[in-house]
Design a binder for this molecule. Structure first.
Ligand SMILES: [Zn+2]
Length: 119
């Protein structure tokens, strides 16, 4: 499975030096301090999708091959989950759903017990 072009473009604009959790720069830019210095939020940092309230001289877009390697398995897993659900199976484990049981607002597949969603 390949990453949809819209998502690929968005992820490729993200700086390759960004480490997401915790939000950190691999080449030492203090993201939070730089953002707050110009009175903006971390959300407007240039490392996120290449746009921001300030420019960063360390910004480098992420090569598409790196995006594919990092995010390809995530998109493939999401597609597999959707395919299983379309076949009437549990999206998480692929087990046949024999019964859907509502507990509170949540609906669970039986017999595997995985949460299917909310009612
Ligand atoms: Zn399951």
């Amino acid at each position: 499975m390949s990453i949809p072009e819209k998502e690929m473009a968005k992820l490729a604009r993200t700086c390759r030096n960004l480490r997401r959790l915790p939000l950190k720069c691999a080449v030492g830019v203090d993201i939070k301090a730089e953002c707050f210095k110009v009175g903006k939020s971390v959300i407007s940092a240039p490392c996120l999708e290449g746009f921001g309230a300030w420019s960063c001289d360390k910004y480098e877009p992420t090569p598409r091959e790196d995006v594919e390697r990092q995010w390809g398995p995530v998109f493939a897993a999401a597609d597999a989950l959707i395919d299983r659900m379309a076949e009437g199976k549990c999206g998480h484990c692929g087990a046949e759903i024999q019964e859907r049981v509502q507990q509170g607002h949540c609906v669970y597949a039986q017999p595997c017990g995985h949460r299917l969603g909310t009612a």
